[in-house]
Design a protein around this ligand. Sequence first.
Ligand SMILES: Nc1ncnc2c1ncn2[C@@H]1O[C@H](COP(=O)(O)OP(=O)(O)OP(=O)(O)O)[C@@H](O)[C@H]1O
Ligand SMILES: [Mg+2]
Length: 286
Amino acid sequence: MEGMSSPAKRIRTIAVTSGKGGVGKTNVVANLAVSLQRRGNNVLVFDADLGLSNIDVLFGIVPKYTIQHLLSGERSLQEVLVKGPEGILILPASSGVEEITHLDEFQRLRVLDEFDSFDGRIDYLLIDTGAGISSNVTFFCIAAQEIIVVITPEPTSLTDAYALIKVLYTKYQERNFKILVNYTKSSLEALETFRRLHLVTERFLKLSLDYLGLIPHDGAVKRAVIAQNAVVIREPDSSSSRSFRDLALKLHNSSNDERLKGSIQFFLGNLFGDTEAVNTVSRGAD
Ligand SMILES: Nc1ncnc2c1ncn2[C@@H]1O[C@H](COP(=O)(O)OP(=O)(O)OP(=O)(O)O)[C@@H](O)[C@H]1O
Ligand SMILES: [Mg+2]
């Protein structure tokens, strides 16, 4: 089996979240996915946004099935996955996403089985978590190896991001957050925005954040959304496209400090990854 040929190579799971809605998560996921794929990676986008799931809309795709069909056993993973631009794979959302946080043993085994027999290589799993701090959002954040928090210079974005970070830190001991500032006018404004959030987490949580970078406010993003395409495809020379490419490069070059963050992380990491460990986790499940 393909997945077995390189047991050392593990999938990198990155959750993109924000607290506040409408700050650009879905665009970050979509453009990052395309940029990473173009660098020779196989990217799977998991749309875990329960509300208005829109990765598919953003790419102008109408999925036939969703993760709900996978969980119910009606469809196989292969049937549920949709091909996006540049060959990225998309696992479309539905209310079934809520169920994945409460899978019973039987369902879990079936889903694991599906991933087990999936004969494709996946290097990156990008999860669009949707807004808020519901258990659904926090589940995918702690399940992923890395968390990107998208913020904007708006004060409400900062308070909501803080609320999310606080929950993840105090309830789940999550300490690593990569902050991406969207909608910025300048790098100075981006750094200042990051600094404002950082001051608060340092002061009240004694927690340092990582500055990942910025995406400028750019009309090309809006035009791409209207055209149902990723800006890196539609207007590759725009300032935002350049930033998305830089971001992909930075992530790709940063080491993946795989930390085992408890059984849920183990579960999800293996759900989308390595088959050996999947069997172990299935056998050893509670
Ligand atoms: N860098 C940017 N420059 C200009 N407009 C942007 C930028 N990023 C996002 N937008 C605009 O903001 C809108 C919302 O972005 P997006 O859907 O990615 O946010 P979201 O965080 O996923 O929202 P939700 O919380 O509803 O899922 C987009 O439709 C786009 O028009
Ligand atoms: Mg979204």
